[in-house]
Ligand binder design. Sequence first.
Ligand SMILES: Cc1cc2nc3c(=O)[nH]c(=O)nc-3n(C[C@H](O)[C@H](O)[C@H](O)COP(=O)(O)OP(=O)(O)OC[C@H]3O[C@@H](n4cnc5c(N)ncnc54)[C@H](O)[C@@H]3O)c2cc1C
Length: 439
Amino acid sequence: MDKNLHIVIAGAGMGGLATALALAKKGFTHISVYETASNLGFVGAGIQLAPNMARILDRLGCWKDIEAEACDIKETSIRQGSTDHELGNVDLNYIRGTYGYPHMVGHRSSLAGSLYAGCQREKSITVNFSTRVIGVDSWTPKPILRLQPRNGEAYTVSTDVLLAADGLKSVIRDQMLKDLNIDAKVVDTEQAAYRIMLKRSEMEHDPELLELINADKVIRWIGEKRHIIAYPVASKQIYNLSTAQPDKNFAAAPSATYTTKGDKSVMLKTFEDFCPMIQRMLALVPDGEVCEWKLRVHSPLPTWVHGSVALVGDSCHPTLPHLAQGAAQAIEDAAVLSVVLDRCPDSSPESINKALRVYQELRKERAETLVELAAASGRALHLGEGAAKAERDKQFAALKEKKGAVPDKWADADVQRQIYGHDCMKVAEESFDGLFKSL
Ligand SMILES: Cc1cc2nc3c(=O)[nH]c(=O)nc-3n(C[C@H](O)[C@H](O)[C@H](O)COP(=O)(O)OP(=O)(O)OC[C@H]3O[C@@H](n4cnc5c(N)ncnc54)[C@H](O)[C@@H]3O)c2cc1C
């Protein structure tokens, strides 16, 4: 493989930055990233840093910085939202020993910032902000993409490989599907999320809230059709809450609307039957700073690859956040892409296409399985009164004797083995030759 070929990446989110960095670490010398936004952007929210993500970030040389300010999670507690009664508790101390990395939680800006700092250290990577990909004119033998700078004339770029990490609203995916005559669309999940960050100084006057921010714990409070997941980030200076509730505000919104300033009284009403401690936390959110996100996914895609173009991350496997694996899976995509392009025997468009199809073989089933598992976990957590909920709560109760599966799938040891125990780069290295030959 000619390491000087040109690789273009659309989007500088978690998937795009990780892909650029992973390719640079494999010795590729000409990597261009194009990003619509004028900078990395700042999403004030936390993120779970699972061991399968940490393992890759460590290989990319950016885990140490993230780890320094992330919080090491020792346990998770699943509680009834209305009463704060603990339904189940899972010890997570074993994770570091078993999977080589801890389960941590951090600030999104810390993850994005460290990936970007890693990219800046690589001479081979150029990140072009304020430049939107507006279309693809050719998929093979050389992809040609059209770019629109914020202040300037549109232009085209010809490349050897195009990797579309342009997120759930991916224009490249939509154009690829159209070109292949595939009918698949963004799908409404009928769920939305508030993302909230409370400062330590706002919580420390209240002993119960202080206990929450001081604990090395992820807490999920659940209720019918709703839940709140919360944990400390930024060296416990911030308490991060992320909710899930039925979507009311976006129901009539155009499909391009993903975030909105929420109404605080509506947020309080949504969780009005949750316990007083939660009410006190939600009351701390400043008026005018309630931000609600629409949660959308995508109907399954028959392919992620067209010619010398491949989809990455949320552009091809957007997920509900209930398994906390969206960014982790985008980073796994990045890592596997770096292996298959590195191992590709030559830089002909035929070989590149085959290598990208090996990537698809290695990634599609796993990513889609986790998307379905996240949706299933949400269904179990959001049950209303009835036999199914009684059965679920029996499973939670059995956990006290350390028996059985955890209905909250991200806390289940078998699911953790499936997710955290998978070293996607090792598997890609080991199976590349066989898969490449078989295609
Ligand atoms: C409430 C919530 C909680 C979550 N919690 C977790 C968690 O705990 N752990 C976890 O692993 N994941 C979590 N996720 C999922 C995670 O945020 C996403 O899966 C992840 O950010 C996807 O990365 P990406 O790079 O594929 O897409 P994005 O992060 O969406 O990045 C796409 C980038 O492409 C740019 N772009 C878009 N269109 C164009 C264009 N035409 N041209 C150029 N640039 C373009 C965008 O500006 C953006 O920067 C959560 C998601 C939500 C909604």
